[in-house]
Design a binder for this molecule. Structure first.
Ligand code: NDP
Length: 253
């Protein structure tokens, strides 16, 4: 086997990555493209996706951009349909788009709860349903859900976010069982704290507190998450399904 074959294990595969305009989603999209996959990038604004698409094309990959709000089921499903039509297949779905609306429970507004559930959890249902219909016909597929360490251990001030991320784990475990007979694997990745726009708003005191909980002694980078997603999308993971993988510098053991 040549080194080129080793590095292009996703050649011919078509992938859709949500929240691909920056942060973890952008790193995942680039990594899958480096593996040879043709990628559909989705976020709310096309302008936001341009940078990710340019980086992929510069690396020799093929990227298509789709604007949709994953919290709007009708809009999101239509965008998945467009991406499928444009690429002709859908082999890999990465549900990555997510938001936080942090507040202590007594101050949490109904809208803080509903928004987070809509964008983080309901969107996963919408995407998995649409992708499953396609993948069942193809008799193959990979669904990778970006959950969070917070969905496993909880966090004061993040009850809505933790519940949404824990919900995605239940979804993953159920769909792994439901779709396995058609060689479709469904797994979750639970990142710890990763340096992105989402975490850039944390005050220094909170960052120090977080750092003290990370045995490997550093906040993660988006590039720490992407290689695992590439592995889960590739041929080496065909016997792995229904699992939650922690990439958190040792926070959860
Ligand atoms: P960022 O805030 O940096 O990026 C979020 C991405 O999601 C952007 O591309 C954004 O694009 C897109 N997005 C947000 N809302 C919507 C929406 N309603 N519809 C479509 N796209 C949307 O987040 P991260 O990269 O930090 O996080 C990515 C995922 O990883 C999230 O699910 C997050 O919960 C999870 N995670 C992050 C951790 C961290 O420490 N950063 C830790 C654990 C998990 P646009 O605004 O243009 O729509």
């Amino acid at each position: 086997m040549t080194s080129e074959e080793v590095s292009m294990e996703l050649q011919g595969q078509k992938a859709l990555i949500t929240g691909a305009s920056r942060g973890i989603g952008a790193a995942i999209a680039l990594e899958l493209a480096k593996g040879g996959a043709e990628v559909a990038l989705l976020a709310r604004s096309l302008e936001g996706l341009e940078g990710s698409a340019a980086a992929i094309r510069e690396a020799g990959g093929t990227a298509h951009c789709f604007a949709a709000d994953v919290g709007d089921g009708v809009q999101f499903e239509a965008a998945i349909g467009q991406a499928h039509k444009q690429m002709g297949r859908l082999d890999i779905l990465v549900n990555n788009a997510g938001i936080t609306r942090d507040r202590l429970i007594i101050q949490m507004k109904d809208d803080d709860w509903d928004q987070v559930m809509q964008v983080n959890l309901r969107s996963a249902f919408v995407a998995c349903k649409a992708a499953a219909k396609i993948m069942l016909r193809q008799k193959s597929g990979r669904i990778i859900q970006i959950s969070s360490v917070i969905g496993v251990i909880g966090n004061a001030g993040q009850s809505n976010y933790a519940a949404s991320k824990a919900g995605t784990i239940g979804l993953v475990k159920s769909l792994a069982k439901e779709l396995a007979s058609r060689s479709i694997t469904v797994n979750a990745v639970a990142p710890g704290y990763v340096e992105t726009d989402m975490t850039s708003v944390l005050p220094d005191k909170v960052r120090e507190q977080i750092l003290s909980q990370i045995p490997l002694g550093r906040i993660g980078a988006a590039g720490d998450i992407a290689p695992l997603v590439r592995f889960l999308a590739g041929p080496g993971s065909s016997y792995i399904t229904g699992q939650v993988f922690h990439v958190d510098g040792g926070m959860v053991t």
